[in-house]
Ligand binder design. Structure first.
Ligand code: ZN
Length: 249
């Protein structure tokens, strides 16, 4: 696979106690995820595994009542992805790879066994779950209250943060599907950004020439990424920090 990674590059695995980390270590397997790969579908009963992204990023997409599909959250090295089916319920979202890369994977029974009787780890996972729910609620609020221009800027910035490079591999249709809007609207906004020399459009890719222009136009829902090199106390503080207030709430 070529890239030098280890499980502690994922913030959730990084903040495990030493004992818990040892239990997880023996069960984690490094996997390569391909762009657009679907890990599970909404309504699925499959127990497809628990993913801890390292260099990959995974979109959780929801079918909204109006028929649109929207990205609720993008999960990178800061989080993990667990199918709803793990808990004996149907998955309400679809997990699809947004950025190709590496992730650590555990089988569901192994994950459940690793956290069983470990109150500290379960407590941290509950905190993480609460933070995830807040982010999802914020995404829904973003859809309702913020413009497509703002949301598209957020989409591009998140992709830049996930990949660490200034070229985004995606089609206008993929962005439109993620934002739940028409492709024509996305193409119009991208053309405007290109006219402003913020981006350069090529077939299947978007080159970002001026990141600050995107930052200037994004809504307050955008959160810059957490750096890998944080100390353990700083990581825990970051992990527990409240997310921003809901837009318009
Ligand atoms: Zn927003």
């Amino acid at each position: 696979m070529g890239e030098a990674v280890n499980p502690q590059d994922n913030l959730i695995l990084n903040q495990l106690s030493q004992q818990a980390y040892q239990r997880f270590m023996t069960k984690l397997r490094l996997v390569s995820l391909n762009k657009r790969e679907v890990l599970y579908e909404s309504g699925s009963t499959l127990r497809t595994g628990v993913y801890f992204p390292v260099t990959a990023a995974i979109s959780l997409l929801a079918h909204l009542p109006d028929g649109c599909v929207n990205e609720l959250v993008s999960v990178n090295h800061e989080g993990m992805v667990v199918a709803g089916a793990c808990c004996g319920t149907l998955s309400f979202d679809r997990a699809q790879v947004r950025t190709a890369g590496l992730a650590y994977r555990m089988e569901v029974p192994e994950f459940m066994a690793a956290i069983r009787n470990d109150e500290a780890t379960m407590f941290d996972l509950v905190l993480w779950s609460q933070r995830r729910v807040r982010r999802m609620a914020q995404s829904l609020s973003c859809i309702s209250h913020h413009s497509v221009e703002q949301r598209l800027a957020k989409y591009l910035l998140v992709d830049l943060d996930n990949t660490g490079v200034d070229t985004i591999e995606c089609t206008h249709q993929e962005i439109a599907d993620s934002l739940g809007v028409r492709r024509e609207s996305v193409s119009l906004i991208l053309k405007h950004l290109e006219d402003e020399q913020a981006i350069q459009l090529r077939r299947g890719t978007i080159g970002v020439l001026n990141r600050q222009a995107l930052v200037d136009s994004v809504c307050e829902c955008y959160e810059p990424p957490v750096k890998h090199a944080l100390s353990q106390p700083a990581l825990r503080a970051t992990f527990n920090q409240p997310s921003m207030s809901l837009a318009g709430a």
